[in-house]
Design a protein around this ligand. Structure first.
Ligand code: PLP
Length: 382
């Protein structure tokens, strides 16, 4: 009988309270009083017994749109995480043969949705400065088959952000070449400043939003899409949740979004202090570096390619020996994933300190093992 492969997620979930969860860009810094009273009151009122109002609980769309700074009449999908709305939209708008321009590395489930719709993703290599898409490269890559640009901003996994003129230039490419623009703004609140592409190209821009990361509600699964009415109506044809999404998630999202200006600055400040601490640790280790710093999101990539250590081995060693859960890069890039681990840092400082202690120790152990293996192989070779 062959042994089942090691399931890091199962291992970590079984030890949920003992693990420093730096693997999914989740946010563990939101004060519990932001959403807990609203959730408790909804539970006391047994709101969960009835179906929600299917298009989204009254007031939630307006709260989402106010948070994005958009008109309260903008068409909106409220879905089970941004993921569901991304699937619906791509299924509706991508036709067989269409090409979507995106980056490598990237958040690859979106690429998978494009492929499921019959489209192809042209991944533009951005694992070199400036570590992001540029209007020039996009312009060069457009062909008659190109249907859409996917702009993830800030970018998971690198943490690259886009300045207002860069967003405008990319929106202009989409507009000039009559493309759809999909702007995923899941991490926008962590950025120093953020610009919505739909401000420049409202006719054909879809904006994917989420409360998983900013409001610390990943487990409740709530997000969605906003955009021009015709595109949103097409996406809604693929909605399977015709009875609405989780009502408690909607209550929590409304509570989080409507109070965010009061508590998010402290979350951002801690997230920044945490990435500074991780940088200190990384900079003290030879042959390890951060491609992007500071990250405009709540994660970044640590490149370990010069050490000879494999990211999956490092992920496993950190988790099993130190209770620190980071993510090996292969999940984010077929080409570059073997070079890095991704670490997220909207966590309490104690989690970051655990990482700071564990990372050099784990890496040194694996480097030693890798170099002994190399010596053994050299001796074994006649
Ligand atoms: C770029 C990006 N978009 C969307 C999502 C998923 O968002 P949600 O939890 O709202 O489905 C993630 C999750 O990591 C992400 O990184």
């Amino acid at each position: 009988m062959t042994e089942a492969p090691f399931d890091a997620f199962r291992y970590a979930h079984e030890r949920r309270t003992q693990v420093a969860w730096l693997s999914q860009n989740t946010n563990h810094l939101v004060p519990p009083e932001v959403v807990q009273p609203a959730l408790i009151s909804a539970i006391r009122d047994r709101l969960y017994e009835g179906y929600p109002y299917a298009p989204g609980q009254p007031g939630l769309k307006e709260t989402v749109l106010a948070d994005l700074g958009l008109s309260p009449t903008t068409a909106t999908i409220i879905s089970a995480g941004a993921t569901e709305a991304l699937y619906m939209s791509l299924r509706a708008l991508i036709r067989p043969g269409d090409v979507v321009l995106a980056s490598d590395p990237s958040y690859l489930i979106i690429h998978k949705f494009i492929q499921l719709a019959g489209g192809t993703v042209r991944e533009l290599d951005i694992y070199a400065p400036p570590y992001k898409l540029t209007a020039d490269r996009l312009n060069e890559a457009v062909t008659p088959q190109t249907r859409m640009i996917l702009l993830i901003d800030p970018l998971n996994p690198l943490g690259s952000g886009y300045a207002p003129d860069e967003v405008r230039a990319i929106a202009d490419v989409a507009k000039d070449r009559r493309l759809l623009l999909l702007h995923d703004v899941t991490y926008r609140d962590f950025a120093d400043r953020h610009t919505l592409a739909c401000g420049f190209y409202p006719e054909r821009t879809l904006t994917a939003w989420s409360v998983s990361k900013n409001c610390g509600l990943a487990g409740l699964r709530l997000g969605g899409m906003v955009g021009p009415d015709d595109l949103i109506q097409q996406a809604l044809k693929y909605n399977t949740n015709d009875l609405g999404v989780n009502v408690l998630a909607q209550v929590a999202a409304a509570a989080g979004l409507s109070t965010k200006p009061q508590w998010f600055p402290a979350v951002r400040a801690q997230t920044r202090a945490n990435q500074d601490r991780i940088r200190e640790v990384v900079e003290a280790i030879p042959e390890v570096h951060l491609p992007v710093f500071p990250s405009q999101a709540n994660m970044f990539v640590i490149d370990i390619s010069a050490t000879g250590v494999s990211p999956p081995d490092l992920q496993k060693e950190l988790l099993l020996t130190h209770g620190v859960f980071v993510r090996a890069g292969n999940y984010l890039s077929a080409t570059y994933g073997g070079r890095f681990v991704r670490v997220s840092f909207s966590n309490p400082p104690a989690d970051i300190e655990r990482f700071a202690q564990a990372f050099p120790v784990a890496l040194a152990k694996l480097r030693k093992a890798a170099s002994s293996a190399r010596v053994a192989t050299a001796h074994a070779t006649p």
